[in-house]
Design a protein around this ligand. Structure first.
Ligand SMILES: Nc1ncnc2c1ncn2[C@@H]1O[C@H](COP(=O)(O)OP(=O)(O)OP(=O)(O)O)[C@@H](O)[C@H]1O
Ligand SMILES: [Mg+2]
Length: 160
């Protein structure tokens, strides 16, 4: 499975979904969070980070800092918000070369242009007549090598 859909009826659903993804996350994962202003990208990142580090952890939106990092038990988490990036080249001023060693959550990934990793999980947070929904797509992997294949099935299975 390379694509999966999850219905998110309210904020609690977004947080619950984020926790499931966080429990399956592995060092090296790049998770690109797409969606309009207010779609729920930061809500998702906060839910995932607070689940792995403990709820007292403050997770501010990186709107102005562009990057916040966290020490989760098994890996470093890089939480980017590239909304204010003026050009893709600016990612190198943020330590973009380090991200492969940890788990990256990236809001406004389209602003990284050509520097977006070829292998990534895309989560598109969308709104339609039925409400909010997340569309998950594993990008850049060849069939059997896709490390998200089993995980997308598990996410769907656990999100009831
Ligand atoms: N599934 C959902 N259904 C309804 N409301 C939701 C859902 N998920 C999150 N929200 C609400 O939508 C808003 C999303 O804000 P959030 O800051 O997470 O958006 P964002 O995508 O990070 O926006 P920005 O592009 O400005 O960074 C919050 O008020 C949150 O409570
Ligand atoms: Mg945000």
């Amino acid at each position: 499975m390379n694509i999966s859909h999850v219905q998110l009826e309210n904020e609690n659903d977004t947080v619950r979904f984020a926790k499931i993804v966080g429990q399956l996350a592995q060092a090296g994962d790049f998770i690109a969070l797409y969606g309009d202003l207010g779609a729920g990208k930061t809500t998702f990142a906060r839910g995932l980070i607070q689940d792995l580090l403990g709820p007292p952890t403050e997770v501010p939106s990186p709107t102005f800092t562009l990057l916040q990092t966290y020490d989760a038990p098994n890996f470093q988490i890089y939480h980017f918000d590239l909304y204010r990036l003026k050009s893709p080249d600016e990612v190198w001023e943020l330590g973009w070369e380090e991200i492969g060693v940890g788990v990256t959550l990236c809001e406004w990934p389209e602003n990284a242009g050509e520097y977006l990793p070829a292998k990534r999980l895309e989560i598109h947070l969308e709104q339609d007549a039925a409400g909010r929904m997340a569309v998950l797509r594993a990008i850049g992997y060849e069939g059997a090598q896709n490390p998200w294949k089993e995980r997308l099935i598990a996410i769907k299975h656990h999100f009831i």
